[in-house]
Ligand binder design. Structure first.
Ligand SMILES: [Zn+2]
Length: 67
């Protein structure tokens, strides 16, 4: 079975159907690589959530004042 180095950690990975996360050795390495080119803040998802994302948009601010 041919092997290749994982792009993230350089660990030898078997190139087979069982290698679910190829070309990475694991889901962790895959997420790390994706986060590297997207944004460093997403390298480890689930750790911290920005409060700006959690806040729902306020529709009331768009309504004209009624008297
Ligand atoms: Zn790896």
């Amino acid at each position: 079975m041919p092997t290749f180095p994982c792009p993230t950690c350089q660990r030898p990975v078997e190139w087979s159907a069982a290698a679910r996360w190829r070309p990475f050795c694991s889901e962790r390495c895959r997420l790390i690589d994706l986060g590297a080119w997207m944004t460093e803040q997403h390298a480890i998802p689930g750790e911290e959530i920005s409060p700006d994302v959690a806040q729902p948009s306020s529709d009331e601010s768009d309504d004209p004042p009624r008297h």
